[in-house]
Design a protein. Structure first.
Length: 462
């Protein structure tokens, strides 16, 4: 079932109907696991006591109680604010490796045999870390008890959205990614549950390994994970997945560079101020070059005017195309698949928002004769137009596709803006509307660019 759902998402065919069928089975499973309720997404965040967590940090050599304290608001949840001023580049905190939950500690604390023997545990980095987190959560005397207890009980992520909430994302690529994510989690859970029949005596009882606890662990990881380099067996650095105490409490602010770096010499991550911060001001970090869809899917929020944002549009070579084989071969020569998502960027002042890859793909896609196919061999590689007629067909087709994409949304751009003005709007919908507004603005801007290009090409032809 999960494989069918993922395939349907990739092909954009009947994915919603297949997802609803899968979702019913998952909810039936959750209800059958007595004592563990289905934690539906909450519209509010609960303020938590971080004193035990800060005391644990101090006991382990990370004493920041004089420098930092937690802050809280309903939109961002918990964060960290300054108890002293920081200048740009100042060291805020250094967190040692021995306090982190990582894939390395997962192997060292009991699941090494499972990782060694199972392909899925070897290829999906988050899976061993998720099982590790669950095992440590159930331990009475885990080294990481105070850290794990500081995590939220509920994650305001699309992973927890109801069907009614998901329906509001129709038309967006976000919905496809949410469905694929849920299918992947269901597949990983079923696979791990079966494996535990052989390993449960040494790891965790299968009765305790519920879908809900696995979903919580997965949500914790995707919203907090970081990659750090460790020296592997070959003597070279190898990136591993990690959960880093305290560092994962910093909220995101737009920027240009990440100001945290892992040191192989000190075996710690050093977090430095991305800008000046005053006493009492919340300290932010830059999470990296992430689109709004990435932020929404994995962190539960998106940004206004995110300069790293983009939208995607699906194209594929048609089975009915009489030049299908030659076009596919031409695409392969340019390292492009016959089906894929292509990027459209947010631009202003008439600048080109269409990615170079999409332009190349469409120049091949709209070819209608042998002569243009022959010319394309060289011109596509050099990123040059094949002919004026080819360019006109390219921008005509793309314009139609953009209009069709806009029509798939259940709301218009104006309606989204109006809904966002409502002060009582729930957290998830506020950020969803921001995402939809950004997506539609990118599409409309690209549509206007296509119209202008058509006019230019038409005039040049006359």
């Amino acid at each position: 079932m999960t494989i069918e759902v993922t395939k349907a998402c990739q092909e954009r065919t009947d994915y919603w109907e297949k997802f609803l069928e899968m979702d019913k089975k998952i909810n039936k499973l959750i209800r059958s696991q007595i004592g563990h309720k289905n934690n539906m997404i909450q519209s509010f965040e609960e303020e938590r006591n971080y004193d035990p967590f800060f005391n644990w940090l101090s006991e382990n050599g990370v004493d920041v109680k004089q420098d930092l304290e937690t802050t809280f608001n309903q939109d961002e949840g918990h964060g960290l604010k300054a108890k002293k001023p920081y200048k740009k580049g100042d060291l805020i905190v250094s967190v040692p490796l021995n306090l982190m939950l990582t894939n390395k500690t997962a192997v060292e604390t009991g699941i090494s045999l499972l990782v060694a023997k199972d392909e899925m545990f070897q290829t999906i980095q988050s899976l061993p870390l998720a099982l590790h987190l669950i095992i440590e959560r159930y331990k009475l005397k885990s080294k990481w008890n105070h850290y794990i207890n500081s995590f939220p009980k509920y994650h305001r992520l699309p992973l927890y959205w109801t069907i009614q909430q998901l329906e509001k994302a129709k038309g967006s690529s976000l919905l496809i990614e949410i469905i694929k994510q849920r299918a992947s989690i269901a597949r990983q859970y079923a696979h791990t549950w079966r494996l535990l029949e052989k390993f449960e005596d040494n790891l965790i009882k299968r009765d305790s390994f519920t879908y809900d606890i696995f979903r919580w662990a997965y949500a914790t990881i995707i919203s907090r994970k970081n990659q750090i380099p460790l020296i592997g067996r070959s003597g070279n650095p190898v990136d591993i997945l990690s959960l880093i105490p305290l560092y994962d409490l910093f909220n995101h602010e737009d920027g240009d560079e990440i100001t945290a770096e892992y040191s192989l010499e000190t075996e710690s991550i050093e977090c430095r101020a991305k800008r000046d911060f005053e006493v009492g001001e919340q300290i932010y970090m830059f999470y990296g070059h992430r689109s709004n869809m990435d932020l929404m899917l994995n962190s539960g929020f998106c940004m206004r005017n995110n300069k790293w944002d983009y939208n995607t549009i699906l194209f594929q070579i048609l089975d009915t195309d009489r030049f299908k084989e030659r076009k596919i071969k031409l695409l392969e020569q340019n390292n492009m698949p016959p089906i894929g998502l292509y990027v459209i960027y947010p631009t202003a002042n008439g600048e080109n928002p269409i990615s170079e890859e999409l332009i190349k793909f469409l120049r091949i896609f709209v070819i209608q004769n042998e002569s243009d196919l022959d010319k394309a061999q060289e011109l596509i590689t050099e990123n040059k137009p094949i002919s004026t007629e080819n360019e006109l067909r390219l921008y005509s087709l793309l314009g139609i596709k953009l209009m069709q994409t806009l029509e798939q949304y259940p709301t218009t751009l104006e309606e989204d803006r109006e809904l966002l003005r409502n002060d009582t709007i729930e957290h998830y919908e506020k950020h969803l509307r921001r995402l939809l507004i950004s997506e539609k603005e990118i599409l409309q801007n690209a549509l206007e660019f296509c119209k202008n290009q058509k006019d230019i090409k038409t005039r040049s032809k006359e």
